[in-house]
Ligand binder design. Structure first.
Ligand SMILES: [Zn+2]
Ligand SMILES: [Zn+2]
Length: 252
């Protein structure tokens, strides 16, 4: 067995040992940060996510231009968006929410592993239409977290991602989360909408900065889209000219 393969196997054994996982998050983080082993297929040497895995799990696919759900060839908008156009001018997703992105995004978001930010930014940048959307944007606005959630989590994962994508256009003080709400994932579709009423607002002294502007709203995962739509509505009412939602993963 080659030295690199052997090292990868030892590392794998350590990482999957439940005792290790339980008692030593610091060690786990340290090992997870060791460069040059793909976290998905454990190829070695590799980037945090190797090229083979990106090619395999991030294959671009045709998506509805308004909601990013997969559509067949020749179709630009899904039937749902034709019937009821969402308050977005465009919607772009890099990947489907599933293996391995589910695991990666949760490691990024909940386990305090912001080391993924460069990989995720690269993934977004290589998604068709993302570069032109960022290029044309006046503002890149991360979907805001409530103050309470920010305190609990210790960092704002979407803000870090926005800064990695377009630092000069990123602003986390323009669109604000003015009300904390229960996690959307715990609610049904109708409740989600109600849950978010009045959750977002623009910084009062900066209302004019949105007028006539092109805005990219950034989030990590899009499920029903209710959260992005609610935020987009606030921007629309303030006179935004064009709103694109950009997400890493889209549930289908
Ligand atoms: Zn890999
Ligand atoms: Zn659609």
């Amino acid at each position: 067995m080659g030295r690199q393969k052997k090292a990868a196997r030892i590392l794998d054994t350590i990482m999957t040992n439940p005792f290790f996982a339980k008692v030593s998050p610091a060690w786990q983080r340290l090992l997870a940060g060791i460069p040059s082993q793909c976290e998905v297929c454990h190829a070695w040497p590799a980037q945090r996510l190797c090229e083979d895995c990106v090619a395999r799990f991030a294959r671009p696919r045709l998506r509805c231009r308004s909601c990013a759900l997969p559509v067949p060839v020749g179709v630009t908008h899904c039937p749902q968006c034709v019937r009821q156009p969402p308050p977005l001018d465009a919607c772009i997703a890099a990947v489907d929410y599933g293996f391995p992105w589910e695991r990666i995004l949760s490691a990024y978001k909940f386990h305090g592993d912001p080391g993924w930010v460069r990989t995720l930014a690269l993934l977004l940048r290589s998604t068709p239409w993302v570069e032109p959307a960022l290029e044309a944007a006046d503002w890149l606005l991360p979907l805001p977290l409530s103050a309470q959630r920010l305190r609990n989590r210790g960092f704002h994962q979407t803000l870090l991602l926005a800064r990695a994508l377009a630092p000069e256009k990123t602003d986390a003080q323009l669109l604000l989360r003015v009300r904390d709400t229960p996690a959307q994932s715990s609610l049904g579709r109708a409740q989600r909408l109600e849950n978010l009423q009045g959750a977002f607002a623009l910084a009062p002294q900066r209302l004019l900065e949105v007028q006539g502007k092109r805005i990219v709203l950034l989030d990590d995962v899009m499920t029903t889209g209710t959260t992005l739509h609610t935020a987009a509505q606030v921007l629309r009412e303030a006179g935004a000219a064009h709103i694109t939602a950009l997400v890493v993963a889209r549930t289908s």
